[in-house]
Design a protein around this ligand. Structure first.
Ligand code: PLP
Length: 411
């Protein structure tokens, strides 16, 4: 870092300011985490220099013998972790992994059944502003108004009526366990591929805190930077039957050279997730989310569906008379980073929303437990209710984070 500071103080300043932001505030964004120093070391390595189009042992560039080892380690560790037949660790992101899955299984114009964005689905599950909604005919299923849970009867009816070529399960803002067996049954009934997009929950699957989608789905897409706590990136698992199609869809169809430094960092993250402590971490992430959701409920902030089985809770703020946008702003001012989020059947537009989404991957990595979750809920509720409390809450945030630091103050 000293070298960067001498060569490029402007960029060095950005890195330091971001470190200060991470150290000085509470990170409750459900899709974020703190990568370990070992993951960061692999990311900041000379492997970024290498072109390695192709796959280990089958590259289109010379000099790939060393980086091949990194990719083989990543693949072997992911296979061991998830029991998958085949793993592709090259997707640059979760969205790229999904694009590759569509490309492997579908033709433009094919019908896809996926979760409604405003009920918790992802942009790549059929949004009009995304390739998925532009190039495919996407039919959406949602959650029931009364239970706020996925309506499996509706999923089945829509599947029978529209005969999709692919069904997607997995979400961005759905707090509950997903019944992959039920989705498998529906997909089999209509002869559809089943894609499980477990971008959010892959880390919980890795640690055994949520059931795995791997035994049920034809293709499983994921990200490595969320609860899995690895580098920013994506990946795909699939049956042996689909292996060649998936590999060709990633390279050469949607990507060129893989980011070998990120592939090495993925190997490190899979290695960390294979350690017994990671199962404790995953269980604690869920336990913390449940305590946080219950404590917010006690403050009059209603968790959608009544609670959570995962790392996140979606909170309906309508009873407080405050929008998601206002709540997000007030929390940010106090050093609490969370995001506004649409709730199912939200009367507010997507830029405003009636809800917030809170997640526990970061705070759990920092070693926080149930006691700290109660304090977090109290701070979130107080600052959302009373913007004048910002100064006091800022101090409480500092007191809490000072005793739960992950990164040193100097890089
Ligand atoms: N799929 C789901 C369900 C997600 O929640 C996300 C990101 O939040 C993605 C895909 C996309 O991941 P990325 O941002 O890495 O492209």
């Amino acid at each position: 870092f000293g070298l960067l500071h001498r060569r490029d103080p402007e960029v060095a300043r950005v890195l330091l300011d971001e470190l200060d932001r991470l150290r000085g505030g509470l990170q409750l964004i459900a899709s974020e985490n703190f990568a370990s120093p070992a993951v960061l070391a692999a990311l900041g390595s000379t492997l970024t220099n290498k072109y390695a189009e192709g796959y280990p042992g089958r590259r289109y560039y010379a000099g790939c013998e060393v980086v091949d080892r990194a990719e083989r380690l990543a693949i072997d560790r992911a296979k061991l972790l998830f029991g998958a037949d085949h793993v592709n660790v090259q997707p640059h992101s979760g969205a790229s992994a999904n694009l590759a899955a569509y490309a492997a299984l579908l033709q433009p114009g094919d019908t896809v059944l996926a979760m409604e964005l405003s009920h918790g689905g992802h942009l790549t599950h059929g949004s009009r502003v995304n390739f998925s909604g532009r190039w495919f005919d996407v039919v959406a299923y949602g959650v029931r108004r009364d239970t706020e849970l996925i309506d499996y009867d509706e999923v089945r009816e829509l599947a029978l009526r529209h005969q999709p070529k692919m069904i997607i399960c997995g979400a961005t803002a759905y707090p509950r366990e997903i019944d992959f067996a039920a989705f498998r049954g529906i997909a089999d009934e209509v002869g559809a591929w089943l894609l499980a997009d477990v971008a959010h929950t892959i880390g919980l699957m890795a640690g055994g805190a949520l059931p795995s989608a791997v035994p049920y789905a034809d293709v499983v897409t994921f990200t490595t930077h969320k609860a899995l706590r690895g580098p920013r990136g994506g990946g795909i698992m699939c049956t042996g039957e689909l292996a060649a199609k998936i590999d060709r869809a990633v390279f050469p169809f949607i990507q060129g050279g893989p980011l070998m430094h990120a592939v090495a960092a993925k190997a490190v993250a899979f290695g960390e997730a294979l350690q017994p402590e990671f199962a404790d971490y995953a269980r604690q992430v869920v336990a913390n989310a449940q305590v946080l959701a219950d404590a917010l409920a006690a403050e009059g902030m209603r968790p959608v569906s009544g609670g959570t089985d995962s790392h996140l809770a979606l909170i309906d703020l309508r009873d407080m008379g405050i929008t998601g946008a206002v709540a997000e702003r007030r929390c940010t001012a106090a050093g609490i980073t969370l995001n506004r989020n649409a709730i199912p059947y939200d009367p507010e537009p997507p830029t405003v929303t009636s809800g917030i989404r809170v997640g526990t991957p970061c705070v759990t990595t920092q070693g926080m437990g149930p006691e700290q979750m109660k304090e977090v809920a109290s701070m979130v509720a107080q600052v959302i209710r009373d913007p004048d409390a910002v100064g006091e809450i800022r101090q409480r945030v500092t007191a809490l984070t000072e005793t739960h630091q992950i990164y040193p103050s100097e890089l």
